[in-house]
Design a protein around this ligand. Structure first.
Ligand code: 28G
Length: 238
């Protein structure tokens, strides 16, 4: 389909712009995640975990859960405010935009400042672009919202209310399956993820991380009250 046909099929100029951003990531994954080896593959997870961590750094949520599923997908859940559920001025739901735009030109959402300043990074779009599918669930103000993507960030199910939850529930869940068309090996490593979560837990005093692997049945909890001192002692003693 060329651009004129897309416009006739109901695509707007904005849709086409988003499409080409996602295509750009798929054409040059190395520019965004370094490589498509296991280290690049795990970048998909770090991008999502970092967003959950940013939300916790901002003071929202004290628990971050990671689950590895038998279908090769992985899920990250936080207990933050939940992604915004409002409509962006462009007419696209804000939560949908977060997974389809790189907005990398802006000084204030630059990756350089992302994690240190507790700002939400641009990484969710990179993970989406390099995934076979990605599903987002938001718990906010008594409602459950969902949006899903397939084939490298193409909208599958538009953002919608999917049910109700207690008013006290709030948070975000992101589950995705890496795209085997991009990664020669799409298998996540429990040990690699465990190590990363352990490191994060020493930097985020008071936040509990859990890791569950439904393939092996293994699971781990990381939470640290004394932060860096304990971590340094562990590294020195080890
Ligand atoms: C579970 C896996 C990954 C996240 C939030 C919460 C907010 C947010 C995330 O906002 C857009 C741009 C700057 C404010 C912020 C919710 C304010 C109010 C949020 C996540 C809006 C991004 N309510 N939780 N993003 N900002 N968790 N976890 O991705 O102006 S991302």
């Amino acid at each position: 389909m060329d651009d004129i046909e897309k416009a006739e099929a109901g695509y707007t100029a904005k849709d086409i712009e988003l499409l080409s951003e996602l295509e750009g990531v798929r054409k040059r994954p190395g520019m965004y995640i370094g490589n498509t080896n296991p280290s690049g593959l795990h970048h998909l997870v770090w991008e999502i975990v970092d967003n959950a961590v940013d939300e916790a750094v901002n003071g929202y949520g004290k628990k971050i859960d990671v689950t590895m599923y038998k279908d090769g997908s992985i899920e990250v859940e936080d207990e933050g405010r939940g992604l915004p559920v409002d409509m962006h001025a462009s007419g696209v739901p804000a939560a949908q935009l977060i997974f389809t735009t790189l907005h990398s030109g802006g000084k204030f959402n630059s990756r350089v400042y992302s994690t240190s300043a507790g700002l939400h990074g641009v990484g969710a779009t990179v993970t989406n672009a390099l995934s076979e599918w990605l599903q987002v669930t938001v718990y906010r103000q008594g409602k459950i919202y969902k949006v899903s993507f397939k084939d490298g960030g193409m909208l599958d199910t538009p953002f919608h209310v999917d049910g109700e939850c207690p008013m006290s529930w709030h948070g975000t869940s992101v589950r995705f399956k890496p795209d085997p068309k991009i990664f020669p090996n799409t298998k996540f490593s429990y040990d690699t993820i465990a190590q990363r979560l352990e490191e994060k837990s020493y930097l985020l005093t008071g936040v509990k991380f859990t890791l569950k692997d439904q393939n092996s049945g293994q699971s781990l909890d990381f939470h640290c009250q004394n932060g860096l001192r304990v971590y340094c002692e562990k590294l020195v003693n080890g």
